[in-house]
Design a protein around this ligand. Structure first.
Ligand code: GDP
Length: 139
């Protein structure tokens, strides 16, 4: 059975552009409850650790620079079928391929600066939520 928790980050490009409020409104209107939320900034070490799974990919260093280039908003979200439904709400990695009305279609500017992160499995949602939040930072 699919889990009811996912993890997201509003990425530096979207925060910088002032789109956080609109994106959070879309997330809540899609039925996701915010269980934890934090404005923070990654650095080369923490961004590198978060994206360690991609370290052999050619875009890894660019991804680390981009993800540590400014503030992000990290959130744990709750909804039935959270991981899959959230991936549908945000759309494809490449905004050029994202469906109309998705968050990435609306706010992403490139395959790298794609506005928002969404966990790709229940297991990773747990790992990623634990990366940012202690048990005392969740409601
Ligand atoms: P996601 O699950 O949709 O976020 O996509 P991935 O896990 O495949 O990639 C992680 C992040 O790396 C993406 O959200 C992008 O910010 C970035 N990324 C993915 N593919 C590329 C690429 O081909 N080039 C660059 N520069 N960045 C990429």
């Amino acid at each position: 059975m699919a889990g009811n928790i996912t993890f997201t980050m509003i990425k530096p490009d979207a925060f910088r552009a002032g789109n956080s409020g609109t994106m959070i409104k879309m997330i809540q209107e899609a039925g996701f409850a915010i269980k934890a939320m934090k404005l923070t900034q990654l650095n080369a070490k923490t961004a590198g650790a978060f994206y360690a799974v991609h370290k052999e990919r050619p875009f890894y260093q660019d991804l680390i620079s981009y993800m540590s280039s400014g503030p992000i908003i990290a959130m744990i979200l709750e909804k039935a079928n959270a991981v899959e439904d959230f991936r549908k709400l945000i759309g494809a990695t490449d905004p050029a391929k994202a469906e109309e009305g998705t968050i990435r279609k609306l706010f992403a500017t490139s395959i790298e600066a794609n506005a928002i992160h969404g966990s790709d499995s229940d297991e990773n949602a747990g790992i990623e939520g634990d990366f940012f939040f202690s048990q005392f930072e969740r409601v």
